[in-house]
Design a protein around this ligand. Structure first.
Ligand SMILES: NC(=O)c1ccc[n+]([C@@H]2O[C@H](COP(=O)([O-])OP(=O)(O)OC[C@H]3O[C@@H](n4cnc5c(N)ncnc54)[C@H](O)[C@@H]3O)[C@@H](O)[C@H]2O)c1
Ligand SMILES: O=C(O)[C@H](O)[C@H](O)COP(=O)(O)O
Length: 373
């Protein structure tokens, strides 16, 4: 990519600190060259906008599907950065065929999500601060393994299942064992589908697909007292099967993500112990790290040395995991998850939370702070 001509960037307005990271100076533009950054609501980034603005760079989050439908008529885009961990909204195979560089922000909010899960568990079952429970973790990548570290720190036993990683001290059980023996089961897998057997491959295919991984059959393996938490992707759980399960077992279920997101039915919402609008990763640190990672990737693409660091943008952080462990009664001061739950439930109108209200809760969310070790 030529770094001497003006660069046009279309960016999701929900990406943190766009101006601080993406400007002529931070992108190594020669004096006088400009970086033209246009911020748009992620759901409004579409083919017509790209045709009008002809951007070289797309900076997105999870609500912008990127693939042939968006880019078939576009010849200007050379780089796509998703300031997110999940990549199920991006057809990476298509981008490769178009020789468009793609970068996501792997691991950016791993501590934020792990701390979200801990908060949900300990808010609903505070007795677990003193009990050595069994925590089931499905998916042992960045978030699942971070959660396992916190669990071990609390003296909990971890039963983990990840068929794509070698056995380890946490990857130590079958799916059935995790579901049937965990006091709590937490999902930390990407959203993947069955690999097509014919020549047309799906970009998101897997030999171990996670779409509807949790369904009537797998839910039946879980004792009624087992809490289920989903902060991965909504369609990992078959929503109607979940509703039937909760009616039958009265199971405590925590959802941060929903199969039909951004719409949520009141029927489902009323059955959940905790419900939040896809904000498990929404901390100052998690979102800034997401921006940092795609900025660094773009600098590599431009062959320029990164000059912006998130460290200079972080306010003082007084939230210490060691303090919380010593004073469990302070949990709601660290993160009052029930406040996020109430804010979501207040948005129910005519039997559902509509998409616009769900998006607004996320857009206006007061970012938490990641607990420091
Ligand atoms: N709610 C939120 O705000 C939020 C925030 C960040 C990430 N996420 C979601 O969480 C997912 C996991 O994040 P991560 O950073 O741990 O990703 P990661 O890629 O580091 O780890 C995912 C793990 O899942 C495993 N896996 C894949 N298919 C599996 C299966 N069928 N059964 C068991 N394990 C399987 C993989 O082997 C991998 O180790 C992301 O893909 C994203 O969709 C949600
Ligand atoms: O995948 C991730 O990083 C998270 O799910 C993240 O919250 C993506 O959601 P977004 O904020 O982009 O809608």
């Amino acid at each position: 990519m030529d770094t001497t001509t003006p660069i046009t960037i279309i960016a999701d307005s929900n990406i943190a600190s766009l101006d601080e990271f993406f400007n002529a100076s931070t992108l190594g533009q020669v004096t006088g060259q400009t970086v033209n950054i246009i911020t748009v609501a992620g759901r409004d980034i579409n083919a017509d906008l790209l045709a009008e603005l002809q951007p070289e760079i797309l900076l997105i989050r999870s609500v912008t599907p990127v693939g042939e439908a968006l880019l078939a008529a576009n010849k200007s885009v050379r780089f796509v950065g998703s300031a997110t961990i999940g990549t199920d909204h991006v057809d990476q195979e298509y981008l490769m065929t178009r020789q468009i560089t793609f970068a996501n922000a792997a691991g950016c909010s791993k501590h934020s999500v792990a701390q979200y899960v801990l908060t949900a568990i300990l808010t609903l079952r505070p007795q677990y601060w003193q009990q050595s429970i069994t925590l089931g973790i499905i998916g042992l990548g960045n978030i699942g393994s971070s959660l396992a570290d916190y669990a071990s720190d609390l003296g909990w036993q971890v039963l983990g299942y990840d068929p794509l990683l070698p056995p380890s001290d946490i990857n130590n059980a079958s799916l059935e064992q995790v579901l049937s023996q965990g006091d709590v089961v937490s999902l930390h897998v990407p959203l993947t589908s069955h690999k097509n057997t014919d020549t047309q491959h799906t970009s998101n295919g897997s030999d171990y697909p996670t779409h509807h991984l949790i369904n009537a059959e797998t839910l039946a393996m879980m004792p009624a007292h087992t809490m289920l938490i989903n902060s991965a992707r909504g369609p990992v759980i078959q929503a109607s099967d979940l509703e039937a399960d909760i009616e039958r077992t009265n199971r405590q279920v925590v959802l941060d993500v929903f199969e039909h997101e951004p719409q949520i039915s009141e029927r489902l919402l009323s059955k959940l112990a905790i419900a939040t609008p896809h904000i498990a990763g929404y901390t100052v640190e998690g979102k800034l790290r997401g921006t940092q990672i795609i900025y660094d990737a773009l600098c590599e693409q431009l062959s320029v040395t990164p000059t912006q660091s998130m460290q200079t943008l972080l306010p003082l952080n007084m939230f210490l995991w060691s303090e919380l462990k010593a004073h469990p009664d302070r949990l709601s001061k660290f993160y009052d998850i029930k406040q996020d739950d109430s804010a979501l439930r207040e948005k129910v109108v005519d039997g559902q939370v509509n998409g616009a209200d769900f998006d607004q809760l996320r857009r206006d969310y007061h970012l938490r702070r990641e607990w420091q070790s």
